[in-house]
Design a binder for this molecule. Structure first.
Ligand code: ATP
Length: 764
């Protein structure tokens, strides 16, 4: 790059930085003023607001003045919040004000325009922007096209511009380090530089190098369902995190981070991505795993964990049963069954008071079915509750005259009496009235648990109801279409009942159980949630997706996945796609395909994609590295030694390493062996652990979505990976590596590598 350009840009940068610094000074003052103002108001509050509650007008005055002070305080606090947010943005901009410049000509305008793009916007006068936020409509031009005519979307419609220059900068502490002029979407050089960095325990934002297809994902505002199918490492996760930031900016004032929820594969992944939005100056959205989403609603059950699900039964009948439970057919069966409950078969529990039924199941059933057919499940239940509460109130009179109440009043001590009288006047005409007063209070208190039980639907027998549903399945679904007999199913139902008795429930049953409960109580879902993101969609079932859609009825969905990375191999991810298309309006569905893989070197991507049978479409990003190594050792001991040698080499080359085993057991095996040999490694056993620095050992199902400089695949032997349907799992594991991949086996390599061209790896 010519020196004159470098000089020009550095001078411009210096001017901008100087203005930012001025703004920082002013913002710092504003924050202080707002702080002092708040304190002063607080002080005033105690000095000036006189509490006068002796007369009605005095009370009014006091109330008005409290309110005025409160309003003042709120205003000051708002301006404080605003000023400190502003200061935050400015401080971020001071270090790295922008990363790009574009020059363009807008149709109808006299002159060309130059704008600089950074993490936030900055202007010295209201109309004069020195930096544009990367999410501003015009910034889209930087990501979207080449030089020449480019269109971009604004809230007022599509605009055309003629782009004349696209320039990228790397800036460190106020100094320009590199400048690239480019006519590519985002010049490869800049991307190369970004991708050359080492892995980290936290994911970083990618705003300066967002690719064209990723930009489409980020800025889509029309689709109700945005489905992103992309190869491992194609930046799906990166793109959606920037998408959240974009949406928060685009709908500022109407959308908050709490109205955006992201479902991620496991807690480790949540932890891995939780810095991206703060780095972009935004609050994190709500983040959850599907397991957490369901588990919080049935705290007294042990819901099947990721590990149990991963290591679950693989016999043919269990597989078929899972296929059935995963399907939309099953979801519809629950819906149909619930509808049927409007006319018959609801299960109730007795409402018990003092060991006798206050209303027994029969009576409750009578009430429940006494309402006409216009009452649907939710309002039928509400009406039942109302009737039950009324009869509870009628009951009070009777109980006041009961023996137990009389006895209870007689045994009240002084302290109890004080409590029962509370602040109420104690003058009674006669002792009978006083007795009734006290007895009434005692009865109401004693009936409170029953009242709570009614309010909280505890008279529903949801467990029995669910079992009844399971038993009804053969009447609702043609089992033979799923290759199952009635006996297969009944066997499974018995197993589930036994589990429920021990407070154990599978994730599939949890979904159906909760859905049935929601229908019975007429739950309408969280209508406030506006955007739902689901990462690694291939690991969800159609049932779960339908249930999430039911839970967030007004939200737009962004689903990301790679049908080649389905790790619960026995579930069929292509059916998922077909079922998905029936759930959303076709006109409002958009599918975006990402084929380029950015995570790994060309050598690693070329190798991993050959593990797949249909991996041709995956395109490697041209970044050179060494060939993957396959190493088959004669004994386990030798294999462990081979791992140790690799660790030394990785460490010498500054590559952080993850050893990925298939199951927890395999990970424990290698961890123990390495520790016995004096190595320091961190074993990640459960999803609630955090990623640590240094060497980590991770089971495959927890490595989802993560990446590491170097990956050692532990025990890729024939005995470990044999099944055709483990191909995708192996692909997922290998595709976690950014720069170096070592595959280690004992005795015999897994046949799943047979189709990989031998030129694509070396052996030792
Ligand atoms: N435009 C980009 N600029 C810079 N880095 C990028 C870009 N796109 C993706 N990356 C990087 O590539 C790596 C892989 O991205 P990401 O984890 O989002 O992929 P993914 O599609 O979610 O992968 P997987 O399906 O394997 O979980 C990350 O390190 C990410 O930062």
């Amino acid at each position: 790059m010519a020196d004159s350009i470098q000089k020009y840009e550095q001078t411009h940068l210096n001017e901008v930085v100087a203005k930012i610094q001025q703004a920082i000074q002013k913002a710092t003052k504003d924050v202080k003023t707002a702080e002092t103002d708040s304190k002063a108001i607080d002080k005033n509050f105690s000095n000036e607001v006189r509490m006068n509650t002796s007369t009605y007008s005095g009370m009014m005055d006091t109330a008005i003045s409290v309110r005025q002070q409160q309003q003042l305080l709120n205003e000051r606090q708002n301006s404080w919040r605003h000023a400190s947010q502003q200061l935050d943005v400015l401080k971020r901009l001071e270090k790295r004000p922008y990363f790009a410049r574009i020059d363009f000509h807008e149709a109808g305008e006299k002159n060309d325009e130059t704008i600089y793009i950074g993490l936030g916007s900055f202007s010295d006068t209201p109309e004069h922007f020195l930096i544009y936020d990367w999410r501003a409509p015009i910034s889209s031009v930087y990501y979207d096209g080449k030089l020449g005519n480019v269109s971009y979307e604004t809230p007022d419609g599509t605009q055309e511009v003629d782009v004349k220059l696209k320039r990228q900068f790397t800036i460190e502490d106020g100094t320009i380090v590199t400048i690239f002029d480019t006519d590519e979407t985002i010049g490869d050089q800049m991307l190369l530089q970004a991708l050359g960095n080492s892995s980290d325990t936290k994911m970083k934002s990618i705003v300066s190098t967002i690719q064209k297809e990723q930009n489409q994902i980020i800025r889509d505002t029309h689709s109700d369902l945005l489905f992103v199918q992309g190869a491992a490492g194609s930046g799906k996760t990166a793109a959606i995190l920037q998408r959240v930031a974009y949406l928060l900016y685009r709908y500022r004032g109407h959308l908050t981070a709490s109205q955006v929820i992201m479902f991620s594969p496991n807690q480790i992944f949540n932890d891995y991505v939780d810095q991206v939005l703060p780095e972009l100056g935004e609050h994190n959205m709500v983040q959850m795993t599907y397991y957490q989403f369901t588990k919080r609603r049935i705290p007294n059950m042990d819901v099947e964990t990721l590990q149990q699900r991963f290591e679950g039964k693989t016999d043919p009948v269990s597989k078929k049963i899972r296929q059935l439970e995963n399907s939309l057919t099953y979801f519809k069966a629950v819906t149909k069954y619930a509808k049927h409950l409007e006319t018959a078969d609801m299960k109730f529990r007795n409402l018990v008071f003092r060991e006798k039924p206050l209303a027994d199941q029969e009576r409750i059933r009578e009430i429940y079915y006494s309402f006409n057919e216009n009452y649907h499940l939710g309002n039928r239940l509400d009406a039942t509750k109302e009737t039950l509460l009324k009869s509870l109130n009628h009951r009070i009179g009777g109980e006041v005259r009961s023996k137990w109440a009389e006895k209870a009043v007689q045994s009240l001590n002084h302290e109890d009496l004080e409590k029962l009288y509370g602040g109420e006047p104690r003058e009674f005409d006669d002792s009978d009235k006083e007795f009734k007063f006290l007895a009434r209070k005692l009865v109401i208190k004693a009936l409170q648990p029953v009242r709570n039980a009614i309010v909280h639907n505890r008279f529903l027998n949801i467990n029995a109801q669910y079992v009844h549903f399971l038993r009804s399945v053969p009447h609702l679904i043609h089992l033979e279409k799923f290759g199952l007999t009635e006996a297969d199913w009944q066997g499974y139902v018995e197993e589930t009942i036994a589990g429920l008795k021990n407070h154990q429930i599978s994730l599939n049953n949890t979904s159906a159980y909760l859905y049935l409960y929601d229908l019975i109580v007429g739950k309408k879902g969280e209508r406030d949630m506006r955007y739902v993101f689901i990462d690694e969609i291939q690991d969800y079932t159609a049932f779960q997706l339908a249930y999430l859609k039911f839970n967030y009825p007004r939200a737009k969905f962004t689903l990301l996945g790679d049908l080649n990375q389905s790790i619960y191999s026995n579930e069929n991810s292509t059916t998922l796609l077909a079922e998905l298309s029936t759930m959303f309006d076709k006109d409002k569905t958009r599918v975006i395909q990402l084929e380029k893989s950015y995570r790994s070197t060309q050598q690693i991507t070329d190798f991993t994609k050959e593990i797949l049978k249909n991996g041709e479409a995956i395109e490697a990003f041209q970044r050179e590295g060494e060939l993957p190594v396959i190493s088959v050792q004669a004994t386990t001991d030798a294999a462990v030694k081979r791992v140790q040698r690799q660790l030394v080499q990785n460490q010498n080359d500054g590559e952080s390493t993850a050893i990925i085993g298939k199951s927890v057991a395999a990970c424990v095996q290698i961890t123990d062996a390495l520790r016995a040999a004096g190595e320091k490694v961190t074993l990640i056993r459960t999803e609630n652990q955090r990623l640590a620095e240094g060497v980590v050992v991770v089971p495959s199902f927890l490595a989802k979505g993560l990446e590491f400089d170097a990956v050692i695949v532990w025990d890729a032997s024939e005995k470990t990976y044999q099944d055709e349907d483990e191909r995708q799992l192996l692909y997922t594991i290998c595709s976690r590596a950014m720069h170096r991949l070592t595959v280690i086996a004992t005795k015999q390599m897994s046949p799943l590598f047979d189709r990989v061209n031998s030129k694509l790896y070396t052996t030792d």
